[in-house]
Design a protein around this ligand. Structure first.
Ligand SMILES: *[C@@H]1O[C@H](CO)[C@@H](O)[C@H](O)[C@H]1NC(C)=O
Length: 262
């Protein structure tokens, strides 16, 4: 539920917002991932991207296809959701048509996920049927190491494009380039978050200051490697408040175990 609502809630412009919110006291509800200032892209350029949807086709989170029947997403996208009410659209640039829509057989999220701290914000979906690779559907590799600070990555999603309350989502997949900031640097005095950044997280910020990060649960990728899962972030357009992602290299073991055992 949280994931659904917050997709529709775009936060205020970076600096103004950052000045008015005590970062460590703010509600996780206000910490949502979304793309602002991205550019249109295609599923063929990011064929691992999927849309998590309700039966009626409302997009509520992104995800990444890692094999023929497993999608990686954020834990906060899955909390409180029933398996029978989650569907996955793959292979389409538009979230609301095209590609294929597949039901879900099983879902799980990390037992240590905390909605308070947002640590271990990772979950998986097992698809009800196997999906073969095509030009528009491809499996992405899981990172084995966190890329160093300064590495360029790409975040994609159908999250909201605008500030404040915007009730429509872009139908076309959006992408934004971001630079990795490792968790220690992200928690340091260089940025404003301080101690609320943990070692299961990795940050990334915009080179150009007019954009925010992408859609919850969706991919932060370097080439065909999944390095992060869109988790949370405050505000937009401030290099002092990067987007925060679940660190796939740190969570890899959990992902692989869940993938094999579910
Ligand atoms: C592996 O996954 C299963 C099922 O999801 C779980 O019961 C088990 O505790 C996990 N093992 C580890 C080591 O995480």
């Amino acid at each position: 539920m949280q994931g659904l609502v917050v997709l529709l809630v775009c936060l205020a412009v970076g600096t103004a917002f950052a000045g008015t919110v005590g970062v460590s006291n703010a509600d996780p509800f206000e910490r949502e991932g979304r793309i602002v200032g991205g550019v249109d892209t295609t599923i063929r350029a990011h064929p691992y991207q999927v849309s998590l949807q309700t039966k009626s086709g409302s997009h509520f989170c992104g995800g990444s296809l890692i094999n023929e029947d497993t999608v990686v997403t954020a834990a906060h996208c899955l909390v409180g959701r029933k398996i029978s009410k989650v569907f996955v659209r793959l292979g389409s640039t538009l979230y609301n048509e095209g590609g294929v829509v597949v039901a879900v057989r099983e879902l799980a999220y990390n037992e240590d996920y905390s909605s308070k701290t947002m640590e271990y914000d990772v979950g998986i979906l097992k698809l009800a049927e196997k999906v073969q690779e095509t030009e528009d559907i491809r499996y992405i590799e899981l990172a084995t190491e966190t890329p160093p600070t300064g590495t360029t990555a790409v975040v994609t999603g159908w999250g909201s494009k605008c500030y404040f309350w915007c009730m429509t989502l872009p139908k076309t997949l959006q992408e934004v380039s971001v630079d990795i900031v490792d968790w220690k640097t992200c928690a340091s005095d260089e940025y404003k978050y301080g101690e609320i950044i943990y070692d299961s997280m990795v940050c990334a910020y915009e080179k150009n200051k007019d954009a925010c990060q992408g859609d919850s649960g969706g991919p932060l990728a370097v080439g065909n490697t999944l390095v992060g899962i869109v988790s949370w972030g405050y505000a937009c357009a401030s290099h002092l408040l990067p987007g925060v992602y679940s660190d796939v290299a740190v969570l890899r073991k959990w992902i692989l175990n869940a993938t094999e055992t579910l």
